[in-house]
Design a protein around this ligand. Structure first.
Ligand code: HEC
Ligand code: HEC
Ligand code: HEC
Length: 270
């Protein structure tokens, strides 16, 4: 009897391992950097910065509030979509997830950004070559900005090569849609959907429509890289293949307010 129980427990434990392992190990294996939380994105979240302002408008920034009971706040099945990085490595070892759909839910763990931006020499493999080619004079934090000013495309390449998800691309499947579908679903009978997201009028499960959702969630603004990409010759486009916008949705027009000069508009109001 006793032995039977032990064997039974072993079987249960092994089954659990087998069932859980694929998702756990794939996340852990793919994780090069740790999650730092939105405080690591504070420049983008400062007043007048387009990305942050747009982000605050949509419910991603409050998704954790939808988990109303303590039970829900501990439920892995709720946390995988209403929180960020659940079960993955965090910079703050006290945390096991970040509340809400944080910047890093789509842009990937932020530790790498800091590494590249705080010390380009440490963040980049072939730094000596790069520094020579671009005659970089600055050190530490200023080195990345120097490169950004001299050649924005190269600065972006450096970020991609470090494995960072910049401007929504460089994710494993290479499309924004795949990124959204990690937490959203397109069919009412999808097995992996939110049990609470029911349309009040029809009583049916809500479904995701990429085009509509992207319009709401789009936080691109016009920056130097957009201007460069728009004017690129076919030869340059092939030179930078893999480093310029490759997802068709990224070529859709920007929101009108995304083109307004951000800081200047705010100053003019004062
Ligand atoms: C597969 C990802 C996923 C899981 C798992 C999930 N949610 Fe959600 N949840 C969403 C998304 C996405 C929405 C927004 C849907 C929309 O507006 O189209 C949402 C919306 C909600 C809402 C707002 C309802 C509404 O109609 O807007 C509540 C409350 C909620 N979820 C609670 C929970 C709880 C509690 C759990 C765990 C039992 C959970 N969710 C699990 C993704 C998820
Ligand atoms: C739901 C996923 C998601 C979240 C959450 C998210 N982003 Fe993005 N981000 C994207 C995608 C997709 C793109 C590329 C398309 C676009 O800009 O809409 C992008 C683009 C950007 C860009 C480039 C914009 C440009 O002008 O090209 C910046 C900078 C950025 N995000 C910063 C942030 C910051 C900071 C946060 C948190 C405050 C954040 N993002 C949260 C998905 C997300
Ligand atoms: C980490 C999971 C996750 C990812 C990835 C994600 N979402 Fe969401 N999204 C949610 C959750 C959860 C909600 C519901 C928030 C709530 O009401 O609690 C939501 C809600 C939304 C809403 C309704 C927000 C509002 O204010 O009305 C839009 C639009 C949306 N998501 C667009 C996107 C787009 C576009 C992408 C891909 C670029 C994306 N989401 C990626 C989890 C995610």
């Amino acid at each position: 009897m006793h032995r039977g129980r032990i064997i039974f427990s072993l079987v249960v434990a092994l089954t659990a391992l087998l069932v859980l392992k694929p998702s756990l190990s794939s996340g852990a294996a793919a994780q090069k950097w740790k999650y730092v939380g939105n405080k690591g994105c504070k420049c983008h979240l400062s007043p007048g910065c387009f990305e942050g302002d747009e982000y605050k408008k949509i419910k991603h920034s409050e998704a954790f509030k939808s988990l109303k009971t303590e039970e829900e706040q501990k439920d892995t099945n709720c946390l995988k979509c209403h929180a960020t990085g659940h079960g993955q490595k965090m910079k703050d070892p006290k945390l096991t997830y970040l509340e809400n759909v944080a910047c890093e839910a789509c842009h990937g763990p932020g530790e790498g950004y800091a590494e590249v931006k705080n010390d380009l020499a440490k963040g980049v493999k072939d730094y000596a070559e790069l520094a020579k080619k671009y005659e970089l004079k600055e050190k530490g934090k200023k080195a990345f900005n120097e490169l950004l000013a001299k050649d924005p495309m190269m600065a972006r390449k450096v970020q991609y090569d470090a494995g960072l998800v910049v401007a929504g691309i460089n994710n494993p499947e290479g499309t924004i849609k795949a990124q959204c579908l990690e937490c959203h679903w397109e069919k009412e009978d999808d097995k992996d959907r939110c049990p609470k997201a029911i349309d009040e009028k029809t009583g049916k499960p809500k479904v995701f429509n990429l085009e509509e959702a992207f319009k709401k969630d789009d936080h691109r603004d016009e920056d130097e890289i957009d201007k460069i990409v728009a004017k690129m010759s076919p030869a340059d486009k092939s030179k930078w293949k893999g480093y310029i916008e490759r997802d068709p949705i990224l070529n859709s027009p920007l929101k009108p307010e995304a083109k307004a000069p951000k800081k200047k508009a705010a100053e003019a109001e004062d």
